[in-house]
Design a protein around this ligand. Structure first.
Ligand code: SF4
Length: 311
């Protein structure tokens, strides 16, 4: 029993030592990352000044979309809705039109809901700290960390896929980056070493992940400020790290979509108010695959009679 407890103690001690070493390495990387970012950052519209509304909007738009594509949407959105009050008061139709093409429309609806709360609870001023930001609709840990650090230099990490990749390679971690435990642990480790220039540090990590320590293909280690200390580079592990184990379960659905033409017009309908693509327009459709000979029955159920039915 005593030996067994000794083994457990040694294993835990070993883990602690590894954790300390990893945190030390990240700590050592802070300065080179900040310096590299300040010298190499790309000129992006939302980086021109530290306007929290602009940072918030850009972070939400960037969640599922490439930077280049976001730029034009961002510009148009701010021309129409230059401040939080305009966003809080905008008609949903107009809001969705401004978002058209970006997808994941709940992001836009949540922006409006959050803007209304900011108007009511914070007199139109964006809340200045992480704990208030994370209470707003559509703002999760990453976005609250990004806004509070970039706009106010609050020492909060903002861990996205880029950051997970850079840090995993830096410390040589083979933990699955798709596992929420890994993200939690990394966030915690980063919290312990956040520098005063939290905004530049977080943006530096993200920028490194996008431009140098890239997800596809070889990372550009020769241009990286961390090359001397990076475990993955020095042990030749960049192809193995980050580890991505979790499998994405895909749901397959069968549908039949109708292009109902009448007098040179095509019918569209509005979707339900809740759920996927809520309130968006679509061609009428049903949740199964039907053969041409069954189409009449479906049309009849909608009070229509079909003529010249083509597959
Ligand atoms: S040295 Fe290479 S692998 Fe390591 S962080 Fe930099 S780009 Fe990524």
């Amino acid at each position: 029993m005593e030996n067994f407890l000794k083994i457990i103690y040694n294993v835990n001690k070993g883990r602690e030592n590894i954790k300390v070493k990893e945190i030390e390495l990240i700590k050592k990387a802070r300065e080179p990352i900040i310096k590299w970012y300040q010298e190499n950052k790309r000129e992006l519209p939302w980086r021109k000044e530290k306007n929290p509304y602009h940072i918030w909007l850009s972070e939400i738009m960037l969640q599922q979309t490439r930077i280049e594509a976001v730029k034009q949407y961002y510009k148009r959105f701010l021309e129409e809705l230059p401040n939080i009050q305009d966003l809080a008061e905008v008609e949903e139709e107009k809001l969705l039109k401004l978002w058209e093409g970006l997808g994941y429309y709940n992001r836009a609806r949540n922006l409006k809901k959050a803007a209304q709360i900011i108007q009511e609870k914070y007199q139109g001023q964006m809340p200045k700290n992480y704990s208030q930001l994370i209470e707003l609709p559509g703002i999760g840990e990453y976005t609250a960390g990004a806004i509070s650090s970039i706009a106010y230099d609050e020492p909060q990490p903002a861990v996205d896929g880029n950051v997970l990749r850079v840090i995993s390679r830096l410390i040589g971690s083979k933990k699955d980056v798709l596992d929420s435990k890994t993200k939690k642990e990394m966030t915690q480790n980063l919290k312990e070493i956040m520098p005063k220039q939290a905004g530049d540090f977080n943006q530096g990590l993200m920028e490194l992940g996008e431009c140098i320590c890239m997800p596809n293909g070889e990372p550009l280690c020769e241009q990286c400020p961390l090359q001397e200390m990076c475990v993955a580079k020095n042990k030749n592990l960049t192809a193995e790290i980050p580890v991505r184990n979790a499998k994405i379960k895909r749901k397959k659905e069968e549908k039949t979509v109708f292009l109902l033409e009448f007098e040179n017009k095509i019918a569209i309908r509005k979707r339900e108010q809740t759920g996927l693509l809520a309130n968006m327009y679509e061609f009428p459709n049903i949740d199964k695959k039907v053969e041409t000979k069954e189409i009449d029955t479906v049309l009849k159920s909608w009070g229509l009679v079909g003529k010249d039915i083509k597959k």
